[in-house]
Design a protein around this ligand. Sequence first.
Ligand SMILES: [Zn+2]
Length: 87
Amino acid sequence: MFFLLFPIVLGVILFSIVEQHRKKQRMREQDYDWYKSAHPDLVTERGVKCACCGNSRINARALMRHTYMREHYCVQCGTTLYYSPEG
Ligand SMILES: [Zn+2]
């Protein structure tokens, strides 16, 4: 039984490691500067606006501890706009 389950378990573990890595990579790429260059009209000295609904109320929340990243999201529609390092 163990020999049947082993490749499956190993596959699941490898898949989750790769997924986590890709998630972190995406978070690092989608930072404030990325959002600013992607939406230059939405990022001004008066603040940041949501690309989805145009709301200017953006909140930040800490993600899972091991990612050490904060997520900046629109209060109105919940869209994640960009990420920043925690701390
Ligand atoms: Zn929004």
